[in-house]
Design a protein around this ligand. Structure first.
Ligand code: NAD
Length: 464
C-alpha cells in the first residue's frame, strides 16, 4: 500500500489546489514544497502585482480628487512611499500564506519541506526519504525567462520576482516585453510617476499576443496618453553600465536609440521548471521547450500514475487554469470522469489601467475558424456608471456566430476583471446574445454595457 493517496510536487496554485481538493475528498495527501506555500502567484506574482496596481489606482484617485470636487485646504502633493507600499503588499501575502497553511492543515495535508524528485520506479525522493503515492502530481510551476547577455542581479536588472517585492521604486525604468507582466508593470510605474519605457519585440507594442488587437490598441493608447514610452518591433541589446545607471540600446524600424535608466525589468515570458526532478528517468515525456506532456482529458503524463498541472504544462500560464487542472487530475486519480478544461475559452484578465479581460475567440480567430461572425461594440463613454466613477475609456466587444451563440467577449475598461464573470459563463454556456440580453442588468451599472451589447446583437436595441 502507498504511503499516501496522492503526492504533490510543488505548493503553488496548481499544487495547493490539488492538495486542497484531494483533502476535501478525504484522501491522504503529501505536498512537497521547497520554499513557501503559495508559489510564485501568491508570493511574488499575481497577488503582489495586483496590490501594486491597486496602489497606482489609489494614487490616480488621490491626485485626481479635485475632478470630483474634493480639494485640500492647503496645497497637497502626493508621492508614492514605496517602503510602505511594499510593507502593505507583504502584509497581504502573509495573511494569504497564513490562511492557506491553516486550510491545508485542516484538510490534513502533510506539507513536506524540501526539494522532491521522481524516482525511476515512480516514487518521490525528498531529503533522503522515499514517499509513495497512488497518484503523483507534478506542479513545479515556472520561472522568468531571461535574455542572453542580460545579467539579472535583482537590483539593476530584475524580473517580476524582484519588482513585486521591492521596497525601492526606480526613477527611470525600461520594461522589456509588452506582454501581460510588462503591461501591468508599465501601468503601475507610469501612474506613480516613474519614467517608463516599454520595449516590445513584436508589432503593436502592448499585448501583441492574446487579446483581440482592438483592445490591445486601446490599452496602448491609454498608456501612451499617461506617459509610457512604447516602442514596438524593438530589438534590445544587453544594457551597459553608466555613471548614473544603465544605458539600453535598441533598434526599431524607426532607427537606433539609446536611453539611460535606473533599472531594466525583463518580462519576456516564463519557462517551465522541469529540470532536475527526475522526469526523464521516470519515463515522463518532456517537450523540447521543457513542458511536461499530458493528456488534457486527465492531465496524466506518459507515465501512468504520474500527472502534471499548472505552468509546467503547455497550457495558459494562469493560476485559475492551474486550479481547474488540479481538479481534473484529482478526479482522474479518483477514477471519476473529469470534464477537461476548454483552453480556447478560459478567462483572461490583465489588471492594467484600463483593465483588459476576455474569454473565447477574438474576431480574427472566429473568422479564421470559418465562422460567419456578427460583432457589436459598446463604448463605456456612453455608460452612466462609467461617467459617475470618472472612468469612461474602453468598450465591450461581443463576437457571435451569425444567428448563433456567443463565441467571444472582449472588454477593455473599468472593472473589466469583474465584468468578465458573466461573460465567461455566457461563452462557455454557448448562450445566444439574445438570451443574455434578456436578463436584467442593474441600472446604473457598468454591466449594462454588456447587456446593451448583447441586446443590440438581436437586431433591436435600447441604448446600444
Ligand atoms: P508574455 O508571454 O505574456 O509576454 C512576453 C512578451 O515579451 C511578448 O509580447 C513577447 O513578444 C515579448 N518578448 C519576448 N522576447 C523579447 C525580447 N527579447 N525583447 C522584447 N520583447 C520580447 O509573458 P509575461 O508577460 O512575461 O508573462 C508570463 C506569464 O505569466 C504568462 O503566461 C502570463 O499569462 C502570466 N501572467 C498572467 C497575468 C495575469 O493573468 N494578469 C499577470 C502576469 C503574468
Amino acid at each position: 500500500m502507498s504511503d499516501y493517496d496522492i503526492v504533490v510536487l510543488g505548493g503553488g496554485p496548481g499544487g495547493y489546489a490539488a492538495a486542497l481538493y484531494a483533502g476535501s475528498a478525504g484522501l491522504r495527501v503529501a505536498m512537497i514544497e521547497s520554499t513557501t506555500v503559495g508559489g510564485c502567484c501568491l508570493n511574488r506574482g499575481c497577488i503582489p502585482a495586483k496590490a501594486l496596481l491597486q496602489t497606482a489606482e489609489v494614487f490616480r484617485t488621490a491626485t485626481g480628487a479635485a475632478t470630483f470636487g474634493i480639494v485640500p485646504d492647503a496645497e497637497v502633493r502626493f508621492r508614492p512611499d514605496w517602503p510602505t507600499v511594499s510593507t502593505r503588499t507583504t502584509g497581504i501575502i502573509d495573511r494569504l500564506v497564513g490562511g492557506l497553511s491553516g486550510l491545508l492543515k485542516r484538510r490534513k495535508v502533510e506539507i513536506i519541506s524540501g526539494k522532491g524528485r521522481l524516482t525511476p520506479d515512480g516514487a518521490v525522493a525528498v531529503d533522503g526519504s522515499r514517499l509513495t503515492g497512488g497518484g503523483i502530481i507534478i506542479a513545479t510551476g515556472s520561472a522568468p525567462k531571461n535574455i542572453p547577455g542580460f545579467d539579472v542581479d535583482g537590483e539593476l536588472i530584475v524580473t517580476s520576482d524582484h519588482s513585486t517585492r521591492s521596497p525601492k521604486l526606480p526613477g527611470r525604468v525600461a520594461v522589456i516585453g509588452g506582454g501581460v507582466i510588462g503591461a501591468e508593470f508599465a501601468s503601475v510605474y507610469t501612474d506613480v510617476g516613474v519614467d517608463t519605457t516599454l520595449l516590445e519585440a513584436l508589432p503593436g507594442g502592448v499585448l501583441p499576443l492574446g487579446p483581440d488587437q482592438e483592445l490591445a490598441r486601446i490599452l496602448a493608447r491609454a498608456l501612451a496618453g499617461r506617459g509610457t514610452k512604447i516602442h514596438a518591433e524593438a530589438r534590445v541589446s544587453p544594457p551597459e553600465r553608466s555613471a548614473d545607471g544603465l544605458v539600453v540600446a535598441f533598434e526599431t524600424p524607426k532607427g537606433t536609440e539609446k536611453i539611460e535608466v535606473d533599472q531594466v525589468l525583463v518580462a519576456i515570458g516564463r519557462r517551465p521548471v522541469s529540470e532536475d526532478i527526475g522526469l526523464a528517468e521516470a519515463g515522463v515525456t518532456v517537450s523540447e521547450r521543457g513542458f511536461v506532456e499530458v493528456d488534457p482529458a486527465t492531465m496524466v503524463t506518459s507515465r501512468p500514475g504520474v500527472y502534471a498541472i499548472g505552468d509546467v504544462v503547455d497550457t495558459p500560464g494562469l493560476a485559475h487554469v492551474a486550479y481547474a487542472e488540479a481538479i481534473v487530475a484529482v478526479q482522474a486519480i479518483l477514477g471519476e470522469h473529469p470534464v477537461p478544461v476548454d483552453y480556447t475559452r478560459v478567462p483572461w484578465v490583465v489588471y492594467t489601467h484600463p483593465e483588459v479581460a476576455w474569454a473565447g475567440l477574438t474576431e480574427a480567430e472566429a473568422k479564421a475558424a470559418g465562422h460567419e461572425v456578427q460583432v457589436h461594440k459598446y463604448k463605456f463613454a456612453a455608460n452612466g456608471r462609467a461617467m459617475i466613477i470618472g472612468d469612461t475609456e474602453g468598450l465591450v466587444k461581443v463576437v457571435a456566430q451569425k444567428d448563433g451563440p456567443i463565441l467571444g467577449v472582449h472588454i477593455v475598461g473599468p472593472w473589466a476583471s469583474e465584468l468578465l464573470a458573466e461573460n465567461y459563463l455566457a461563452v462557455n454556456w454557448e448562450a445566444l446574445p439574445g438570451e443574455v440580453g434578456a436578463f436584467i442588468h442593474p441600472h446604473p451599472s457598468l454591466s449594462e454595457a454588456v447587456g446593451e451589447t448583447m441586446l443590440a446583437l438581436t437586431g433591436r436595441a435600447l441604448h446600444g
